[in-house]
Design a protein around this ligand. Sequence first.
Ligand SMILES: [Zn+2]
Length: 254
Amino acid sequence: MSPPRPPLALAYHGVAAVRLRDDTYSLFTRPATLRRQIQVLRRWGYRFTTFGDLAARVQRGEGDGYAALTFDDGMADNHSTLLPVLRDEGVPATVFVATAYIGGRHPDVPEVPMLEAADVVALRDGGVEIGSHSHAHRDLTTLSFDEVLADLRRSRRALADVLGEEPTVLAYPFGRASEETRRAAREAGFAFAARAEAQGNWDDPWDQPRQDMHSYSGRLGLWLKRDNRYEPIMRVPFGRIARSGGRRLKRLVR
Ligand SMILES: [Zn+2]
């Protein structure tokens, strides 16, 4: 039997059948693609859990073999499209909501509606962990400690108003966090906080790494992300070749 895989947190946004060329910011994953990725992860031996549970397991040294699917921003399709996929597949997930966006439109893709407060409740009731993605979705590394703390506390209050309890997990907007940002996340009351683009490290509860999933992410990408090899490869020209479809490499991926 192969050894258990390293802990894995994947960062998605929307779940919708958006054409690649219409997806300027690469924010959407097709429902069928998400299902395939869940199946591939299962085949690799992963069990699924929420981000909060994954982070807690990692701190106890029990994170191997566990994967968490996470979804940033709080798009309405997380309720209409993602939730049915999760139900069918029998897997939990975490949705990180930027609370200023609730009931509004996505600032980068204004045609995309965001979750209503009732959808956030329905997701939670459907077994989805709800985390904070800050309130105003600003790059927290550009704000003062006090500004970050105020924004994070505001998002906690907003989610408590909707759900009756404050969230325990946070995903930094754009995955960006300085040492000061992480200190503010801790002081605001979060137990764990997530980065993106494979930044951060599992040893720090407020610096937990996630691998980004894009509309073009295929099985090769997932395979590299599993072992944290994707981002290092993408930093060199070879990565661009792999991204555009290194066929021989693809054959290595089971
Ligand atoms: Zn975001």
